[in-house]
Design a protein around this ligand. Structure first.
Ligand SMILES: Nc1ncnc2c1ncn2[C@@H]1O[C@H](COP(=O)(O)OP(=O)(O)OP(=O)(O)O)[C@@H](O)[C@H]1O
Ligand SMILES: [Mg+2]
Length: 241
């Protein structure tokens, strides 16, 4: 079987906050149908990598291609329009809005017409049926797990082919975190590319096809998740499981 070309191709990226040189030549890729985990300790540069892809961090060297298109230098909304859905670390709901309004606002941001907005809401509810009874509730009053469903749901709206998910399971009860992880796995199985930044490396290794480990703005290890799970030396060295 031919290997699909990458949906996301990050090559030698150097990223900065002002003068702070945080990403020091990061390279990674995600193909359609792949769930790829990005792991690493606190402050390693995981969020910065995702923000660099979204055009929220200055990239002064390297390439970032989404479906073959160079996205470096594009505004975040233009990056999103190239088919990237972003679930930020901070799952903030649009304040004072219901779940349905959160989804509709995301659809408006993606400039969808009314019929498409309804189709998109249907799709989000197919992925997260537990949200259906809460459509008219203030999203900020939902549980953490439900808010994460809204957050991922919003990111699915923009004709999304690639999801960038930053610490979606943080603060969730283990069974809720696992459910969310398996939903993301299913989305990848349906053809989406998923880049999953995750503190819970055990869950990530269980879900992922491939893994990258980032340390001090550099990828220090990468490989097949199945092989890594089977290699205690690897997990000990990089993940302290
Ligand atoms: N807005 C900012 N301005 C300057 N430096 C920043 C900024 N945000 C993050 N950094 C620095 O960049 C480095 C990488 O941070 P980043 O948030 O990408 O790490 P992370 O791997 O996502 O960590 P965590 O697991 O805690 O979320 C850290 O040294 C951090 O202090
Ligand atoms: Mg982070």
């Amino acid at each position: 079987m031919a290997v699909a070309s990458p949906l996301l191709d990050v090559e030698g990226v150097h990223g900065y906050y002002g003068l702070a040189h945080v990403l020091q030549g990061v390279s990674l890729s995600v193909r359609p149908g792949e769930l790829v985990a990005l792991l690493g300790r606190n402050g390693a540069g995981k969020t910065t990598t995702v923000k660099a892809i979204m055009g929220m961090v200055a990239v002064r060297q390297g390439h970032i291609r989404c479906a073959g298109r160079d996205v470096v230098g594009l505004a975040p909304e233009r990056v999103a329009q190239s088919g990237i859905g972003y679930v930020p670390e901070d799952r903030r709901m649009f304040p004072g809005l219901t779940v349905g309004e959160n989804l509709r606002l995301a659809a408006l941001g993606a400039r969808l017409g009314k019929a498409d907005q309804q189709a998109v809401q249907r799709r989000v509810l197919d992925v997260f049926p537990l949200l259906e009874p809460h459509l008219d509730r203030d999203a900020a009053r939902l549980s953490g797990g439900q808010q994460q469903m809204v957050s991922v749901g919003r990111a699915l709206i923009c004709g999304t082919r690639l999801l960038l998910v930053d610490e979606v399971t943080q603060g969730l009860a283990p069974n809720i975190a696992s459910d969310m992880g398996h939903t993301l796995r299913r989305l990848a199985d349906e053809g989406l590319g998923v880049l999953l930044v995750e503190q819970n490396s055990q869950l990530a290794l269980e879900l992922a096809d491939r893994v990258y480990v980032l340390d001090q703005g550099v990828i220090v290890a990468s490989g097949d998740a199945k092989e890594m799970r089977a290699d205690p030396t690897w997990t000990e060295q990089y993940l302290q499981l």
